[in-house]
Design a protein around this ligand. Structure first.
Ligand code: HXC
Length: 514
């Protein structure tokens, strides 16, 4: 054989190996409205940038007829490439090869590319489309998952880890995405559950569809497991590219800078927030009135909507926004919104992204449901995350900042670097009505006209505390600013925080209220 023949032989082997599970299985995959693993990679990465490794890896299982099966690539495609011109590592499970199930060698391909991504300090993207642990391989499959989870944990906070659920992600397989930073789901395609409908039927006798159990909407709206929801695979890939354009490649870098742009004129910051603290508004409009080109990339938009989190740019620099949403439950904090906010703060802190907090909330949600769901433990996560974060922290109080909500939402006391308040801000232990009812209870009940007395006492309390000047007089607020000055103040705060150096006491790690 001369070199030409050897190259032809290589090409022949490549073509066979790249065939996946064969034409019939590929047809089935396409008929389910799904792309093949290879097409997914090509659609997501920059054209011609993908370089594949371990194409010729074969499983080594012998039981249950596996010794007679040749599995092309062992059901997963791995490699490196670029997105927006920057390097990434990727694996994509191939459902056409025994349901993308994970055996020993399949897991070995994934852990090898994970090690590579961590060593090279580049993002890791995992496309999940799999029936879970390969049943024929027994404990070897379980071992493979364990090796993946361990690496997910080591890489956490060092490189961005993205999970894309484009098919089933069943059984223990769900825990790899759960350990990663970002989970993307696509309507009607993504299915994530620990125990599938068949197990539920046999154990509990209940009939339930995969969609109802763990479809994309379930995880985007109810569980909060997903961070981004798309209607098609293509839309999902666009979301991934957008996210990657906003975040740094590893924890020692800063997010890429973009050309600064002013917000769009249609978002007039003076007209968005009603002065009456009881009137709702969409806080996303405030963010759009502040960020470059009014371009706000929201995270977990459909879950715990009483809090808003996401990324935008100010003068070209990426900023993480945390805001109460007066449009939903008056913007109160509850169990889910606490989890949502706390985790996002930790992401921004790990990856050198300044945090801007917009405050307008009546406090934590009262009631037996929340108490029994553990609002004490979940709510504490926000305090922990803000206190621990050492990136620049800038807080703007727009209107209400009552009680625990005032402290939790990036207050000076949790070491925010800059705290500004609009003239409409109200900072108090609770709303004037509730406060007056408690501290003037006797005067009100004993007055000849209790209702008139109540109104008078509410007015008195409002005049005393429902403004930012008491807090400003103590130095808890650095500046009271007009709404139109907000962008300028944030931009300046970021500019003068470039060399921020705020250490934490030496410790192995803290014990957050998980
Ligand atoms: C081996 C598997 C498999 C698996 C699917 N296949 N899952 N082979 N191990 N886990 C094979 C099927 O036998 C079939 O092979 C092919 O993949 C396509 O599967 P279908 O069932 O025909 O596809 P579909 O109807 O679309 O259903 C997809 C599915 C279903 C919902 C994912 O296959 C399913 O329920 N699979 C089992 C899910 C599961 O319980 N996994 C184990 C969880 S335990 P042929 O040859 O017919 O084409 C677990 C523990 C990990 O993961 C613990 C870590 C901590």
């Amino acid at each position: 054989m001369d070199l030409k023949d050897k190259i032809l032989e290589l090409q022949r082997r490549r073509e066979i190996a790249a065939k996946g599970g064969g034409d019939k299985a590929i047809e089935k995959q396409l008929s389910m409205g799904k792309l093949t693993a290879r097409d997914r990679i090509n659609a997501l990465l920059d054209p011609d940038s993908f370089h594949e490794y371990d194409l010729f890896v074969q499983h080594d299982a012998k039981d249950f007829g596996m010794d007679k099966k040749e599995l092309h690539g062992d059901g997963v495609i791995v490699g490196t490439g670029t997105i927006n011109g920057r390097p990434i590592s990727i694996f994509a499970q191939d459902f056409t090869v025994v349901g993308g199930s994970l055996g020993r060698m399949h897991a070995g391909k994934i852990t090898k590319i994970m090690d590579h991504a961590l060593k090279m300090r580049m993002p890791l993207i995992g496309i999940n489309d799999s029936g879970g642990a390969r049943i024929q391989e027994g404990v070897n499959s379980l071992a493979g998952y364990g090796e993946i989870f361990f690496r997910n944990t080591l890489a956490s906070g060092v490189i961005p880890q993205i999970s894309v659920i484009l098919g089933p992600c069943a059984g223990g397989a769900v825990y790899s995405p759960a350990l990663t930073d970002w989970v993307f789901v696509v309507d009607k395609i993504s299915k994530m559950f620990i125990t599938g409908p068949e197990v539920i039927k046999s154990v509990l006798g209940e009939e339930i569809s995969q969609e109802e159990l763990g479809g994309a909407r379930v995880h985007a709206e109810i569980t909060g497991n997903a961070h981004f929801f798309a209607h098609s695979e293509q839309e999902c890939f666009e979301q991934i590219k957008k996210l990657l354009s906003l975040i740094p490649w590893n924890n020692e870098e800063k997010a890429p800078r973009a050309v600064p742009k002013p917000p769009k004129a249609e978002y007039d910051i003076e007209k968005i927030v009603p002065v009456d603290p009881k009137e709702p508004y969409d806080v996303r409009d405030v963010i759009k009135a502040i960020v470059d080109d009014s371009d706000f990339f929201e995270v977990q938009e459909l879950w715990a909507a009483n809090a808003v989190i996401g990324f935008g740019r100010i003068n070209g620099e990426t900023v993480g926004f945390v805001a109460n949403q007066p449009l939903v439950l008056a913007g109160v904090l509850d169990v889910d919104s606490s989890d949502k906010i706390a985790r996002f703060i930790r992401y921004c802190d790990a990856f050198n992204i300044p945090i801007v907090t917009l405050v307008d909330l009546p406090g934590y949600l009262p009631g037996i449901d929340q108490e029994h769901m553990g609002v004490i433990r979940h709510g504490a996560k926000i305090l922990y995350s803000y206190s621990e974060a050492t990136v620049p922290k800038i807080t703007i109080i727009l209107r209400k900042a009552y009680g625990g909500g005032y402290i939790a939402m990036g207050s000076r006391h949790l070491r925010s670097d800059f705290v500004f308040a609009w003239p409409t801000a109200e900072i108090a232990v609770m709303g004037p009505e509730g406060a007056a009812n408690i501290i003037f209870k006797k005067e009100i009940s004993e007055a000849p006209d209790p209702e008139a007395m109540r109104r008078e006492k509410v007015k008195e309390y409002t005049e005393k505390f429902a403004n930012p000047f008491v807090a400003a007089s103590k130095g808890y607020i650095d500046s009271v600013i007009a709404p139109f000055e907000t962008r300028k103040y944030i931009a300046h705060a970021i500019e003068v925080s470039v060399n921020k150096d705020a250490g934490l006491p030496r410790k192995k790690h803290g014990i957050p209220p998980f």
